[in-house]
Write a protein that binds this ligand. Structure first.
Ligand SMILES: Cc1cc2nc3c(=O)[nH]c(=O)nc-3n(C[C@H](O)[C@H](O)[C@H](O)COP(=O)(O)OP(=O)(O)OC[C@H]3O[C@@H](n4cnc5c(N)ncnc54)[C@H](O)[C@@H]3O)c2cc1C
Length: 342
């Protein structure tokens, strides 16, 4: 989705990935439950409206399909939204898919094109030749000779980096999600609170009117309907290492924030909760890059909360780097070299 991206390169990257998603849906012979219904940001206050208006103006000037929705329009469009919401931002091009089906579908398509996929092979080491270039990957089930390795190990990318002697500054940033029972349609598409953007982009003097718990756990309401009439509610942000346990405090905070925007939810049951780890990079940009000091070693990791959306463009850029083609977008912003200490 391009909704939560900064104007400029951030949005351009996400937009290109959206276009590639459409190609993938046509190319692979597998249903990834892709829908392009757009997304909406909910605006709670005049201060948010002002920031949103400027944001939309800038994005529209850059050619991206966004628009403001006034109070009447947003309540007509999404009748279950709380009465006091004053408007919204619609991002027409945003889309959704089932990420697990996507991974599976891509793997099948790769196999059809001649790729060999080895599941349950843990990478234990990477061997370099006398010039320091990649020579082989050592797994728990044998050694594979190769001239190119892509480290796409997400939050574990730093461990794989250590195998070739480099420090990759990615950390796990936990996020928790609630899953609701199958119910009446609460909302048609992805709906997010605009205050989340303000917090994400560090609008310095902006403070949401939320409880200390919501602030402490970095909770911002993200509503996502599924194709089976359930819906997901996210999400929190916490640095708790590799811990993927859910906690009652965060589950309660997620529910509280969701009910603030959708009062109807207080009558709907949650059937499941889970936590995942986002691969966080200190400057919120992924690393999609060769590693100069280790020829043949590439990194495609650190996408934090955007790794599904940015998957297609990441794959495209990395394949262009490996084959020596010119990359279709400038990639300096995502280089590993940006973290080099002077
Ligand atoms: C709550 C939550 C909500 C999110 N919502 C969204 C969203 O709406 N949109 C979006 O785009 N993104 C979202 N994300 C982010 C997205 O899930 C991640 O950015 C993405 O999954 C990262 O993908 P990846 O392929 O880099 O890493 P992963 O999916 O973690 O894959 C890394 C793989 O490497 C393997 N691996 C690691 N070490 C080794 C080894 N030594 N040997 C062999 N294999 C190894 C692992 O087993 C794993 O399969 C969300 C994340 C969370 C937690």
């Amino acid at each position: 989705m391009i909704a939560d991206k900064q104007p400029g390169f951030d949005t351009q990257l996400a937009y290109r990935s959206q276009q590639l998603f459409k190609e993938i849906v046509n190319d692979i012979d597998y249903n990834i439950e892709y829908t392009q219904k757009g997304s909406i940001y909910l605006i709670e206050s005049e201060q948010e409206w002002e920031v949103a208006e400027n944001y939309v103006k800038q994005q529209v000037a850059d050619g991206f399909p966004m628009r403001m929705m006034d109070r009447k329009e947003i309540h007509d469009d999404e009748p279950h939204i709380a009465d006091d919401i004053i408007g919204g931002v619609e991002i027409e091009c945003d889309a959704a898919c089932d990420p697990m089906a996507m991974a599976y579908g891509l793997a099948l398509a790769a196999q059809k094109n001649g790729a060999e996929i080895l599941t349950f092979h843990a990478v234990k080491d990477i061997k370099l030749d006398e010039k320091g270039a990649v020579k082989s990957v050592v797994t728990d089930q044998g050694e594979i000779l190769t001239k190119a390795v892509v480290n796409c190990a997400g939050v574990w990318a730093p461990h794989v980096g250590k195998m070739v002697g480099i420090d990759i500054p990615i950390l796990p940033r936990q996020g928790q999600i609630l899953v609701a029972e199958s119910t009446i349609p609460v909302g048609k598409r992805k709906i997010v609170e605009f205050g989340y953007m303000m917090a994400k982009f560090g609008s310095s003097d902006y403070k949401r009117n939320v409880s200390p718990e919501i602030e402490k756990y970095g909770i911002a309401m993200v509503f996502e309907p599924t194709s089976h009439n359930n819906f997901l509610i996210g999400s929190s942000r916490a640095m708790v290492g590799y811990d993927t346990r859910v906690s009652i405090e965060i589950m309660r905070g997620l529910a509280e924030r969701a009910i603030r925007f959708f009062p109807i939810m207080k009558n709907i049951n949650v059937i499941r909760a889970y936590a995942g780890l986002r691969p966080y990079c200190p400057d919120h940009f992924p690393i999609v890059s060769p590693v100069e000091e280790v020829p043949g070693f590439y990194i495609a990791a650190g996408h934090e909360g955007d790794g599904i959306g940015l998957g297609p463009v990441t794959g495209k850029l990395i394949s262009q780097m490996i084959t020596g083609e010119e990359t279709e977008l400038p990639v300096e912003r995502m280089s590993f070299a940006r973290f080099k200490k002077n």
